[in-house]
Write a protein that binds this ligand. Structure first.
Ligand SMILES: Nc1ncnc2c1ncn2[C@@H]1O[C@H](COP(=O)(O)OP(=O)(O)O)[C@@H](O)[C@H]1O
Ligand SMILES: [Mg+2]
Length: 271
């Protein structure tokens, strides 16, 4: 991977992995860190790099954060996923890149790797903002693209896993790209969990929750939810609202989120 001869740059994104002065990518070239910063997740160290023509890339490595396993397993236990026969596992970088290539090859809207290294993936840098940022300024237009893509993936037997609004990039033209496939969810209700996480995440992250419900309902294609167990989706969403993210919401927020989720499920049942 990148040359380790260089001293790490200090203080970038609070990473527990060094940010190097330059990255020698075998059979590709030498890249250097850009000024561009991203919101760091819990599992990966993400560094934006560029070549001497100014093309930008994302260098993604797993962090040394084994505690995240316990957090996710606790989250899913609280939601009730394993009790219904669900399971989860982490993808290695090799598995994640194979998953991206497979999904891209069947026309799903996923980022695909440029280079796969022994312990990193190099991705094209996708210009845009994440869906969470779009929702916070009430830009709901991307929802129809996302939902169409998730339903399409499920109909092709693919469950992305981890579809929280930060794992979707909205490009300047309004279309979307799915990123981040390090978490694999499987089992009988994996598709229900995926939709529940996404729908709940949209309501939670929208400043205007009433409009979020209306926009979600008009973005779900007719009959798209046939073949899903809506009772299970509702149950997962309510568990998230009640139990899992209380630290991010006041009592009032929780109440409004639950009311919005009820309206959403009611609307979905009528579709
Ligand atoms: N290809 C990409 N283009 C632009 N930004 C990206 C890309 N990949 C990741 N990011 C940014 O880095 C963040 C973390 O990357 P992600 O793959 O989601 O890893 P994590 O599992 O750590 O959340 C994303 O939320 C996004 O803002
Ligand atoms: Mg992520």
């Amino acid at each position: 991977m990148g040359s380790m001869k260089e001293a790490p740059l200090q203080g970038v994104g609070g990473l527990d992995l060094p940010v190097l002065k330059h990255y020698d990518i075998p059979f590709f070239g030498s890249l250097i860190p850009s000024e561009t910063q991203v919101v760091q997740g819990r599992l990966n160290a993400i560094v934006v790099l560029h070549d001497d023509q100014g093309n930008e890339y994302v260098h993604k490595r797993r962090r040394n954060n084994i505690d995240i396993l316990d957090h996710i397993s606790e989250e899913l236990r609280i939601i009730g996923f394993p009790a219904l026969g669900g399971s989860f596992s982490f993808r290695s970088v090799a598995e994640e890149s194979r998953f991206m290539n497979d999904a891209a090859s069947i026309d799903l809207r996923v980022v695909a790797p440029v280079v796969v290294g022994p312990d990193f993936i190099l991705l094209p840098f996708i210009e845009g903002k994440d869906l969470k940022d779009s929702l916070s300024v009430s830009d709901f237009d991307p929802l129809k693209h996302v939902l169409r893509d998730i339903f399409s993936a499920h109909s092709k037997g693919i469950v992305y896993g981890d579809r929280w609004p930060r794992n979707l990039i909205v490009k300047p033209d309004g279309t979307i790209i799915q990123i981040d496939f390090d978490l694999n969810i499987a089992g009988h209700y994996a598709k229900e969990l995926e939709l529940a996480q996404f729908l709940y995440g949209v309501i939670r992250d929208s400043a205007d929750k009433k409009s979020a419900v209306a926009n979600l309902l008009s973005a779900v294609p007719p009959q798209a939810t046939q073949g899903y167990n809506l009772t299970i989706i509702e149950r997962f969403m309510m568990k998230y609202a009640q139990g899992y993210h209380p630290q991010e919401a006041s009592q009032d927020d929780t109440h409004i989120i639950m009311e919005s989720l009820r309206l959403l499920v009611h609307g979905l049942n009528l579709k």
